[in-house]
Design a protein around this ligand. Sequence first.
Ligand code: CUA
Length: 331
Amino acid sequence: MSRRARRGIAPALALCLGGCTGVQSILAPGGRNAGEIATLWWYMFGVGMAILALVAALYAYALFSDPQRRVRPAPELVVATGGMALPIVCFSILLPMTFRVSRLATADVPPNTLRVEVQAHQFWWEFRYDVPNAPWRSFYIANEIHLPAGKPVEFIVTSADVTHSFWVPGLAGKVQVIPGLRNRLVIEGDRPGVYRGECALLCGLSHAKMAFYAVVEPPATFDAWMAHQLAPATPPAEGPARAGYLAFRTHGCVFCHAARGLGAWGRRAPDLTHVGSRLSIAAGTFTTSPAAFAAWIADNQHIKPDNHMLSFAALDAPTLQALASFLESLK
Ligand code: CUA
C-alpha cells in the first residue's frame, strides 16, 4: 500500500471508530438494557459481515475462476439456499434476541421504583420526578435526568405537541413519544457517568437541537441531588443577580417559566428553579454559562428556529447581563 493511501486510511478509520465511543453511542453501553442492545448489534454486525464475505467470495469466484471448469448451480438451488434457507437461519437467530431485548425495556419493576414523567415539547424535554414514599412531592427539571446507579427507573413518556422519540443510546433503546399516549420505558444505568440523549424523530425545524443529558451517579449522590432539586430557590439579595431577578419579574418571564421560591409559576416553558446547576441550556445546545444565557435570551430564534420563546433583542446590555447572572446564580 502506498504511503499516501495509508495516510488517507488512518484518519478515516479514526473517524469511523470515533463514532463507537463517547457520551452518545450504543457501543459504549452504561447499563443492562444498553449492554443487551450492544450485544445484539455485534451479532447483527457479525452476521452482516459473514454474508458480505460470502457474497464477495462468490463474486470473486464468478470473476476469476476458469470459465471451462466453473460450477453452474441450478437457479432453483440458488434461490432455495441464498434466498430462503439463509435468511430463515439468520432471522431465526436474531429474532429471539430482539424479542429478549425489547422485553427488558418494559420489564416489571419492584414497588416504590423511582418514576419519572417525561413530556416532550418542541424542542425540549420536561421531566417530573415523583419522590418515592411522598407522592405529593415532586419537582420539574428540563433537559437533564439523573439516575441512581444500579437501580431501575421507570420513565412514562408522552408529548405535549407532536410525535418525538426518547433515546439515550448509552443506556437504553428508543421509545416513541406520542401525544395522548403514555409509553413506558425502564432504564437501569450501571456505570456512573454522563450520557447524552436526543430526540430521535424528525419533529420540526429544530429537531436536531432537542438533546438532553442523563447522569448516572452513585445512589448517595443521587439522593443529595434529588433533595437539592426539591428545595426551592432563594431570591438573590444583592448585586447583578438581584437586578436580574427584578428584571425576570418585570419582563414577563414568569408567565411562561416556573421557578419555585421566586414567584414564577408559568408552565409553558422549562422550569428554572435550579437552571444554573444544569449541564446545558436550550436542550443541549450550550454549556451553561452567563454568556450562553445572554445569547439565548437575546437571539434564541436564530439559535433554535421555531422554538416557542420570543427573542428579547430589544433588552439593553446591562439588563441582559443582569438576567444572565441571575439565571447562572440559580444553582
Ligand atoms: Cu423532538 Cu425531534
